[in-house]
Design a protein around this ligand. Sequence first.
Ligand code: AKG
Length: 298
Amino acid sequence: MNPDCLQYAMTSDEQAQFERDGFLAVENALNPEQLETIIAAVDRIDSKERSDDLRDKLLSVTNVLHRDPSFVDMVDWPTFFPKVWSILGWNIYVYHSHMDVTPPATDTTNWRVAWHQDSMRVNDEIETHPRPRLSLKVGIYLTDVTEPDRGNTLVVPGSHKEDELDCPQDGQSNPQGAEPLLVPAGTAVILDRRCWHSRSLNTSELTRKVLWIGYSYRWLKPKDDMTVAPLIADADPIRRQLLGVNATSNGVYDPVDDDVPLRTWLSQHQPKDAEWTKHPRPQSRPPAMVRGMNAGRQ
Ligand SMILES: O=C(O)CCC(=O)C(=O)O
């Protein structure tokens, strides 16, 4: 990975904004040629996958990294990847991807909002408050959604620390504080999975296109088939980590250097981000084990 990406390292203002709102928009994440290449790939897949009954509806295709070289290039894209490791740390991989294409709706009456935090059962089965972050998604917006009603992602800023959302039950109204994400094409939005969000109706004449890349800790299972085998041979070590290659099975919990080339790279180029723990441990806890020598500790 080219150290030039460090020019896009998370600033303290960006960090504060992400912690406050639960999302961060990075404008001009793609240049016009990259944007064009990715749109062409999305259009090609859309024309292959779209069935007649989806003519005017959302087409969401998961597990897309292998479907075009421009997609896998996004996993460590320099304008936003440094911000991803800044938020989650280095013990991460890509656990999910999808492309969403939302054409103008012809039936606006049967529309239903779908407010949620990502990861479904995680929200029911982990009992802490607030819920843990665990993962985030980067939405790479391929369409200009600087105006509302273009199928914009709706968010409630600051809702990532809330376990419940007070949402009207009519299926169409939005909760208090909801707002559309208004961003130009080429923007990458980093979204904390816990920030309450919904799709929205596209009543414009544009077709909205977004490519989503989901990052999580390496100990969380993939959320789609992650067909990455064909991508490994050409990947550099950090990209292999991001595609889920593990040197050892235990290494998702207790990584050795070969499991996490991102940590090694950070220790050379951005040492403050290579620290072992992302969160300070209470003083009463025993010091971290000697890495890779945790025999007997589960
Ligand atoms: O398409 C959108 O704007 C939102 C997508 C969404 O809700 C999700 O991927 O979880």
